[in-house]
Design a protein around this ligand. Structure first.
Ligand SMILES: *Cc1c(COP(=O)(O)O)cnc(C)c1O
Length: 428
């Protein structure tokens, strides 16, 4: 499509956009009486208007039924989490039995490591991304130490090549081959949080399995953002947080995937009563008999109040479907890219370097941009003028034009504010 950097053109794209009306189903922070332009849905998604209703429902059931709510609430609490499995299974490409919701992301990665990181003196290494999200690094280091190994030896990072911003798939696959039968686990991100690079999870999984390792993914920036086929790709396990692209609310619950092939296995796990055989859970039996499925990894009885807004959000995803979402995502991301290039050519002494891969198969709803010639002041200007974005040292802004609630007009307006900001700051 031939883009134009004009208000009319952006509005025309909005009129043609089948998801345009979803913008009004979210609550936006206000700036001068108008919705802000929100680019940080990769950090904390906006609140769906329906979330309040779902929370109130639980509050009312609690008020009216108290303990009876476990079984007689509008949506009974004892199996409330099971309602999330079906819509989530469509989002990540799994069977509902392979999905459960519990705890928070890093906690779940720790729990899944109990099952999928079983180092031996010969096979104890883990392959991960260079500069993975800090929580993942700490998690991996502590797991390795817990088993008595040295992180410097056991953790193998695949690095970017000199002068490159993204990690090449061929380098990941080569490293897996190289570590070979010393490799216990590949733990990788579906989408890199800093650059927005999307990884080929299918190829990584195949390569890991070929040399006999388990393969798991942290899908924090992938869930609700990219299309996946976790079941078909035979991924062993995965976990994600729900407050980023999934709009479930701050610090909210995490989703887990455990492949069907592991449901009957004797993998070690840390158990609790909510993972126990459903029919007999309340018989308070002394011996753990896990549910056959990802629910067998549950530990505690669930924080229903936090699952309620997550369920509200999932109903919206279910209505829209990942296919439509991804279509708009690619168009609006390309439009934002075009706007950035167009503004760039209009202003001397500035260069926007987009470090997110340019190929559609390797990027999703995020552009990470080096603002060469500009600094933190420009970011402050944007924030003061109704654009909520995110700043990372040295001078990178990350822009997530989330398809559910960002409009093409937002992209045009952002370009105008960006340009005004640079001209204003350069003339000062
Ligand atoms: C956001 C994010 C996290 C956050 O973990 P929590 O346990 O939810 O605080 C972890 N890993 C990655 C890759 C992330 O992007």
């Amino acid at each position: 499509m031939e883009f134009q950097n004009t208000l009319e053109f952006a509005q025309k794209l909005d009129q043609q956009d089948k998801l345009n009306h979803y913008q009004s189903q979210f609550i936006f922070p206000q700036h001068n009486g108008k919705n802000v332009i929100y680019f940080t849905g990769n950090s904390l998604g906006l609140q769906p208007k329906s979330a309040q209703y779902y929370i109130n429902e639980v509050m009312n059931d609690w008020a009216n039924l108290a303990v009876e709510g476990h079984f007689f609430a509008e949506k009974p609490w004892w199996d409330y989490h099971e309602r999330l499995a079906e819509p989530l299974s469509k989002i990540v490409g799994a069977k509902p039995s392979e999905i459960t919701v519990m705890n928070t992301l890093t906690i779940n990665l720790h729990l899944l490591m109990v099952s999928f990181y079983k180092p031996t003196s010969k096979r104890f290494k883990i392959i991960c991304e260079e500069k993975a999200f800090p929580s993942d690094q700490y998690m991996l280091q502590s797991q390795v130490k817990h088993h008595g190994y040295n992180p410097d030896e056991a953790l193998v990072e695949v690095k970017r090549r000199e002068g490159e911003h993204n990690i090449r798939l061929e380098d990941i696959l080569a490293k897996i081959e190289e570590v070979g039968d010393e490799l216990a686990l590949v733990l990788w991100g579906g989408v890199n949080y800093y650059t927005g690079q999307v990884f080929d999870m299918k190829a990584i999984t195949q390569a890991g399995h070929k040399i006999g390792a388990y393969v798991g993914f942290d899908l924090a920036h992938a869930a609700g953002n990219i299309q996946m086929e976790l079941h078909q790709w035979e991924v062993d396990f995965a976990a994600w947080c729900s407050y980023k692209y999934m709009n479930s609310g701050p610090g909210n619950a995490s989703g887990c995937f455990v492949h069907e092939k592991h449901h009957q296995s004797n993998l070690p796990r840390f158990a609790g009563w909510w993972g126990h055989n459903k029919e007999r859970r309340f018989k308070m039996e002394p011996v753990f008999d896990p549910v056959q499925g990802a629910d067998g990894w549950q530990v505690s009885n669930l924080p229903v109040l936090t699952l309620a807004p997550y369920l509200a959000s999932l109903q919206m995803f279910d209505e829209v479907g990942m296919e439509m979402l991804v279509q708009k995502r690619d168009l609006i991301t390309s439009y934002l890219e075009y706007i950035l290039h167009d503004i760039d050519t209009q202003i001397p002494d500035t260069h926007f370097e987009i470090i997110t891969p340019s190929h559609a198969s390797e990027r999703a709803s995020q552009l990470s941009v080096y603002l060469h010639g500009q600094g933190r002041k420009l970011f402050d200007y944007l924030m003061a003028n109704g654009v909520i974005t995110d700043w990372r040292e040295p001078n990178v802004i990350r822009l997530a034009p989330v398809p559910l609630y960002c409009s093409f007009e937002d992209m045009y307006n952002f370009g105008q504010i960006l340009k005004q900001g640079i001209l204003f700051l350069n003339n000062k």
